[in-house]
Design a protein around this ligand. Structure first.
Ligand code: HEM
Length: 187
């Protein structure tokens, strides 16, 4: 990582995030299957939120979103509008702040399970940081009663790498986040 990266993107451990995601990529289908299995096992309270969801397509969308995030992890500000819109949709789905902690815990646990021997403490910390930041952006975009205190601006100011630039193609990027398949390159 260069000094410039550090300066512009805060303290996300890009390389570790990329390497760890590459470690689970060969088993990505199993990874998302296990994620929802484990999420519903550990947190049955979130099951009603997915009532009526087509879980096959939901698994594909979550995987596509994670791939998009990883593909852009060094330029997260590019993803800011899409993550904010994703957050606004999640407010409508009924996702609450505590659910983001549950989702992060389960994502990390299942990544560790799939990566097996390749998983390290450093990977765990890198994902904890990234998922915290993503949840902060998504929750920061909630509006009205129950919205996260401070909103997007305050949260962005807390994390220099999320500082918003001028949004372009906001609506399209949000669509893309849900649908685009982004190839994950190896380490
Ligand atoms: C790392 C954070 C998260 C990411 C990246 C993520 C990603 C996604 C994506 C890409 C979709 C597809 C629909 C769309 O784009 O709007 C989706 C839908 C959904 N997510 Fe999340 N999500 C996250 C956190 C959560 C949390 C914390 C909950 C709460 C339990 C949640 C519950 C749902 C529900 C209920 C749907 C709708 C399923 C449907 O359309 O039937 N997500 N999520």
């Amino acid at each position: 990582m260069t000094d410039k990266d550090e300066q512009e993107n805060g303290d996300l451990d890009f390389e570790t995030l990329e390497v760890s995601f590459a470690a689970i990529a060969p088993d990505e289908k199993r990874f998302v299957e296990r994620f929802y299995e484990e999420l519903f096992e550990r947190h049955p309270a979130v099951m009603p939120l997915f009532e009526g969801s087509d879980m096959k397509s939901q698994r594909a969308k979550l995987l596509a979103a994670l791939k998009l995030i990883i593909a852009n992890v060094r330029n997260m500000d590019e993803l800011l509008p899409a993550l904010q819109e994703l957050g606004q949709r999640h407010q409508k789905y009924g996702a609450e702040p505590a659910h983001y902690i549950a989702v992060a815990d389960v994502l990390i646990a299942v990544m560790a399970e799939i990566a097996g021997d390749q998983w390290t403490e450093q990977m765990q910390q890198a994902w904890r940081g990234a998922l915290n930041a993503i949840a902060g952006i998504m929750l920061g975009a909630y509006t009205g009663a129950g919205a996260a205190p401070g909103g997007v601006e305050r949260r962005a100011a807390d994390r220099p790498w999320t500082a918003p630039k001028v949004a372009k193609n906001t609506a399209n990027e949000a669509e893309t986040l849900a649908q685009e398949k982004v190839p994950v390159s190896g380490p």
